[in-house]
Design a protein around this ligand. Structure first.
Ligand SMILES: [Zn+2]
Length: 246
């Protein structure tokens, strides 16, 4: 029998039969996994404080053999991200983070960078970072890792290469950039300044550290946030329940 030990983020926990729990968790090395914690409702000895959604744990588990179901042997709490539970706004954003990740990286899709992003994002939220900024960082990077990066290399209508000078227009239906000659910005297809485009490129590329040095003014941040909100809504919005609380 093969046993595994993974860094994991607890996604969902629900009751199963009289004494068990069904736990879904995102691992760094094996993607999203669902497992049964036998007897965990009656005795949490093997799972002290760690079967709570939105916690980072070290999980021990093995494959039960049938239908890809796992049995959980035990786990150790690594980070409970306590700041997340201190308010409705951080908790809503953190729930949205998990939900978007579940849609973008379902079971059998292994993307360690998505796990690293989730861990970093929950850490930022817990430590009280600016939630609007955290949301932008997370959404842009998660969508890019999931195969939905916004193409910022050219105008999608006239194919003119975007050289980094001047602004553009984001077209949510296409998930692409248009130049200002081809499209006029309005509420449904928002403008992006040159700064916003370069910020969005950095976010999509996962430049977490350099973002601190990136000159992102509040207006640029607002533009990126608006574009990403429309982008997520067009690509996968209907499948997300938590967005209504944001
Ligand atoms: Zn054009």
């Amino acid at each position: 029998m093969e046993h595994f030990r993974s860094d994991a983020i607890i996604m969902r926990v629900r009751d199963h039969r009289e004494s068990d729990l069904i736990v879904s968790f995102m691992t760094r090395d094996r993607g999203l996994i669902r497992g049964i914690a036998k007897g965990a409702r009656k005795s949490r000895k093997r799972f002290v404080n760690c079967l709570e959604p939105l916690t980072l744990v070290l999980m021990d588990y093995h494959l039960k053999g049938e239908r890809g179901l796992y049995l959980l042997d035990g786990c150790r709490l690594v980070d409970a991200f306590p700041g997340i539970r201190e308010g409705f706004a951080p908790l809503s954003l953190a729930s949205y983070v998990l939900e978007l990740l579940e849609v973008l990286f379902p079971a059998n899709v292994v993307e360690p960078r998505a796990f690293d992003l989730a861990k970093a994002t929950l850490g930022f939220i817990s430590r009280g970072a600016d939630l609007e900024k955290v949301r932008v960082l997370f959404e842009g990077r998660a969508m890019a890792l999931g195969g939905y990066a916004i193409d910022l290399s050219k105008c999608c209508l006239c194919n003119r290469k975007y050289t980094g000078k001047g602004g553009g227009v984001f077209l949510p239906q296409k998930g692409k950039l248009s130049c200002l000659n081809c499209s006029a910005p309005d509420e449904r297809q928002p403008p992006l300044t040159a700064q916003a485009i370069s910020g969005l490129r950095a976010v999509q590329g996962g430049a977490w550290e350099s973002l601190r040095h990136l000159d992102l003014g509040p207006e640029d941040l607002k533009q990126i946030a608006h574009a990403l909100k429309l982008h997520v809504a067009y690509r996968i919005g209907k499948r997300l329940k938590s967005t209504r609380y944001l």
